[in-house]
Write a new protein. Structure first.
Length: 376
């Protein structure tokens, strides 16, 4: 091996080592100086630039150094490197640049949209679901464009093939649509739920007889955390056809009806006043002009049915409040002599039956007296 060969190897190694040293030095410089300066500014642009330089640009410098070293070696010693590296060196460089560009663009969009969406949601919570979907679709779109560019670099004739395929893909689209009918239906239903917003993330809902809170709405399914902390995952196509009770839409407050039965002998006015006072004292009651109030619902077989109506801030609070009211009303009724009756039945007999029963009673009385006189 001649001195020139050794010199060329040293130069190649220096190029590789130099690119790595530059990348490491760049990261240290950013950490020590630029990051501190960016933290003191009010705008987020310099913060984004710092994050981009730390990641994608550092990788690009190292890869650029490798490509320069390979080109230098190939120029000095043609044919010593594998042919596929020489032939595809430009393609590898372009693909690397496309990957880095896609990562940088998606990173900037993701961070910018994420922060803007948080501000919008803070001011308009009901728009969270819509903006989350837009955020996801935008990121997917960026990655799709990036993958398309990379494929066209690797396969230059791919654009023509794609256009030819797009022109003749009508029948295939129909076949795929029929085969993936449920999946496509879920996706379309998910977009419909996001646009029309009958439910939103955080809403209290009743679906298929189960009460819960909406945790997430994806393009395919919706996740609902039901009352016992289980997660109910419902495909969007099913949810789109289901009758949903939304306790949070427009006005989350909820009326709290409590039904209590008292005996006919009890004081109705006193019982109704006790029920209203108990509701007013409850910490979760939201009083209005005519609430809480108590009214007579019906005269039932075993007593008078009363209804107490009050208001709570939401459905979970209303459920708990109703149980508390029943407990307190029972205690107050007991303390004030208001009777909650047992079921009663009054039997009305025919007069002939009453006469026969009366004769049997007289015969029993005579029999008892006769036995008593004989015993004495």
């Amino acid at each position: 091996m001649s001195a020139l060969d050794v010199l060329d190897m040293v130069i190649t190694a220096l190029i590789l080592t130099g690119s790595i040293i530059i990348a490491v030095a760049l990261i240290r410089f950013i950490n020590r100086y630029i990051a501190k300066i960016a933290g003191k500014t009010r705008t987020r642009i310099d913060d984004y630039a710092t994050m981009i330089v730390k990641g994608p640009l550092t990788i690009f410098i190292v890869l650029f150094g490798i490509m320069v070293a390979l080109r230098y070696w190939d120029a000095r010693y043609p044919g010593t490197l594998p042919s596929w590296i020489i032939l595809n060196m430009d393609v590898i460089t372009s693909v690397t640049a496309a990957l880095i560009a896609t990562s940088v663009i998606s990173f900037i969009i993701n961070n910018y949209m994420g922060r803007r969406i948080k501000i919008i949601i803070r001011e308009n919570p009901d728009k969270e679901t819509t903006f989350r979907l837009i955020h996801r679709l935008t990121i997917y779109f960026v990655y799709i464009i990036g993958v398309t560019i990379i494929l066209t670099i690797i396969f230059p004739g791919l654009i023509g093939i794609i256009w030819s395929f797009a022109i003749g893909a009508g029948f295939l689209a129909i076949v795929v649509g029929l085969g993936a009918q449920k999946t496509i239906g879920n996706l379309l239903a998910g977009m419909n739920l996001t646009i029309t917003r009958p439910i939103r993330v955080g809403d209290a809902v009743m679906v298929k007889g189960e009460f819960g809170f909406v945790e997430d709405i994806t393009l395919r399914h919706t996740v609902i955390r039901i009352w016992d902390n289980r997660r109910m995952i419902i495909p969007n196509s099913i949810l789109d056809d289901e009758v949903i009770i939304n306790y949070s839409l427009k006005d989350p407050t909820m009326l709290v009806p409590v039904f209590v039965r008292i005996s006919y002998e009890s004081d109705i006015d006193k019982a109704m006043k006790i029920m209203v006072d108990v509701a007013k004292r409850h910490p979760d009651c939201l009083p209005t002009e005519n609430l809480p109030n108590a009214v007579i619902i019906e005269f039932a077989e075993s007593g008078i049915l009363l209804r107490l109506l009050s208001r709570a801030k939401d459905q979970p609070t209303a459920f708990k409040m109703a149980r508390d009211l029943l407990y307190q009303i029972k205690k107050e009724f007991d303390a004030n002599g208001i009777e909650i009756p047992y079921p009663r039945r009054y039997l009305i007999m025919d007069k002939k039956i009453e006469e026969r029963i009366s004769r049997i009673e007289n015969m029993l009385d005579q029999f008892i007296k006769k036995n008593q006189s004989m015993g004495s």
